[in-house]
Structures are given as structure tokens and as C-alpha cells.
Design a binder for this molecule. Structure first.
Ligand SMILES: [Zn+2]
Length: 135
């Protein structure tokens, strides 16, 4: 009788411990994941900043990338305010509008198509350009 009760109690403790462990792992992983996301974003931004303008050949620069990012975030937040349910989707399709500080040529950058890097917006361009080229 007592043996069965004990077994059940141990099982219960094991279950609780498992749940606690999962919870702890989630809590512990969060501070690890957040900087990882920040680091990958910083790396992405530096890569974009090195991208040369297809029209004038000058680098876009981190200042413009930062501004475009802030703009993109503002847009995403505006979208959240309008349609909360679509938050995730809107965030994913958030597009940065990057403008060459030298000649004013416009580019778009989206996380959706981030492999393509900056996409030229203007006419008479081949469109995609690979970031970090010719550095
Ligand atoms: Zn330019």
C-alpha cells in the first residue's frame, strides 16, 4: 500500500520536475536567444551597410540602414495597431526603404527576401544586388 503510494508520489515528483525543467529551460534560453537575434540582426545590418549603390557605386552606410530599420519597425508597429491578429505576418513582410545617401537611389529590403539583399526600386536597374560584393 505504502509502496504504491510512494511510487505514485515519486512519479508525481518526476513529472513536476520535468515540467519545472522545461519551464526553466525556456526561461534560461530566452536571454540566450534574444542576444543571438540581436547579433544576427547587427551582422545583417553591417552586411547591408557595405552594399554598394548600383547607380553611384558608393556604400549605403550604417546610418541609412539604421534609419531604414527604424522606419520598418515603425511601420510594423503601425500595422500591429491596425490589425493585431496579423502581427506576425505583417512583421515578416515589413519592408525597409533604403535610400542611397549619395545619389538618392531607392532600394527595398525585406526579411522575406533577405538573401537577395537590397532590391533596386528605380527603373533601368537589374534589380537584385549581392551585399558585400567588391568590398
Ligand atoms: Zn547611389
Amino acid at each position: 500500500m505504502t509502496g504504491l503510494g510512494l511510487k505514485r508520489r515519486i512519479g508525481r515528483i518526476a513529472f513536476d520536475a520535468g515540467a519545472m525543467l522545461l519551464f526553466a529551460a525556456g526561461v534560461l534560453l530566452l536571454p540566450v536567444l534574444l542576444p543571438a537575434i540581436a547579433v544576427s540582426e547587427a551582422w545583417e545590418m553591417r552586411k547591408l551597410a557595405r552594399t554598394r549603390c548600383t547607380r553611384c557605386g558608393n556604400r549605403i552606410g550604417i546610418t541609412e540602414i539604421r534609419r531604414a530599420r527604424q522606419d520598418g519597425i515603425a511601420q510594423a508597429w503601425a500595422a500591429i495597431g491596425a490589425v493585431p491578429a496579423l502581427w506576425r505576418r505583417r512583421r515578416v513582410v515589413a519592408v525597409w526603404n533604403v535610400i542611397c545617401p549619395t545619389c538618392g537611389h531607392e532600394y527595398t529590403y525585406s526579411f522575406h527576401a533577405r538573401r537577395q539583399g537590397l532590391m533596386s526600386k528605380g527603373p533601368g536597374s537589374d534589380g537584385a544586388m549581392s551585399p558585400g560584393h567588391g568590398a
